[in-house]
Design a binder for this molecule. Structure first.
Ligand SMILES: [Ca+2]
Ligand SMILES: [Ca+2]
Ligand SMILES: [Ca+2]
Length: 204
C-alpha cells in the first residue's frame, strides 16, 4: 500500500494558487488574457485576491483533508477564515476512510460561471482505488462551502465507464476554459482518470 500511495503522492500532490499563473510570475501562460481570466484564478471568495488550497492526502491514515487559506491585499495568505474539508465534512459525499487520499489532486476553476472560483478535489483512493472527484463551489462572500457540492466517478450517470478497483479516477485534474462558445479550440482539457497497472491494497 505504501508504494502505491507513494506514487500517488509524488504524482498528485498539488498546490493550487492563482492559477493559471500570469506570465509575469514565470508561469506558462496557457490561456489568452481576457476579461474572464480573473474568474479562473483560485479566488474562492470573490474578493479579487487569490486563495490557496492545500492537500494533505495522508491525514488520518491516508483518508486525507484539504485546507483552504484565504489571501488578502495587503498581507497575503493568512489563517483568518481558513477551512479544512474532508469526506466527513457536513454536506460532502462519502465517509473519510483509510486510503481515500482525499486531496491527492486539486484544481480550481469557475465551473458554474458565476465569476467565483470553485474547487475540484480528487480522492483517487476511494473504493479500493476506483476513485472519485468532489466539486465544491466558491461564493462571494463566504468562500468555499458544501452547498451544492458534487461527487463524480465512473459510476455517475452519463459518465463513461464503470468504477473499478485501481482506476484511480481523479488522480490528476486540470481545469480551464473548456469551450470558447465561438467555435474556437479548447485551451485545456478536463479531468481524466489515469489507468495504471497498480495493485490496489485491501481496505483495512
Ligand atoms: Ca480571495
Ligand atoms: Ca471514502
Ligand atoms: Ca463558481
Amino acid at each position: 500500500m505504501r508504494r502505491v500511495v507513494g506514487i500517488l503522492l509524488l504524482t498528485g500532490l498539488l498546490l493550487v494558487a492563482a492559477w493559471p499563473l500570469p506570465a509575469s510570475a514565470g508561469g506558462v501562460q496557457t490561456t489568452p488574457a481576457t476579461a474572464s481570466q480573473g474568474a479562473l484564478r483560485a479566488d474562492f471568495n470573490g474578493d479579487g485576491v487569490a486563495d490557496l488550497a492545500i492537500g494533505a492526502p495522508g491525514e488520518n491514515n491516508f483518508s486525507g483533508v484539504v485546507h483552504v487559506l484565504y489571501g488578502a491585499s495587503p498581507g497575503g495568505v493568512s489563517a483568518a477564515g481558513s477551512q479544512v474539508w474532508s469526506q466527513n465534512s457536513t454536506g460532502i459525499a462519502g465517509t473519510a476512510e483509510s486510503s481515500d487520499i482525499f486531496g491527492n489532486s486539486l484544481a480550481a476553476g469557475d465551473f458554474n460561471g458565476n465569476g467565483v472560483a470553485d474547487l475540484a478535489i480528487g480522492a483517487p483512493g476511494e473504493n479500493n482505488f476506483s476513485g472519485v472527484v468532489h466539486v465544491l463551489y466558491g461564493a462571494s462572500p463566504g468562500g468555499v462551502s458544501a452547498a451544492g457540492s458534487q461527487v463524480w466517478s465512473q459510476n455517475s450517470t452519463g459518465i463513461a465507464g464503470t468504477a473499478e478497483s485501481s482506476d484511480i479516477f481523479g488522480n490528476s485534474l486540470a481545469a480551464g476554459k473548456l469551450s470558447t462558445g465561438g467555435g474556437g479550440t479548447a485551451t485545456q482539457e478536463g479531468a481524466s482518470p489515469t489507468e495504471r497497472n497498480l495493485t490496489a491494497p485491501a481496505r483495512p
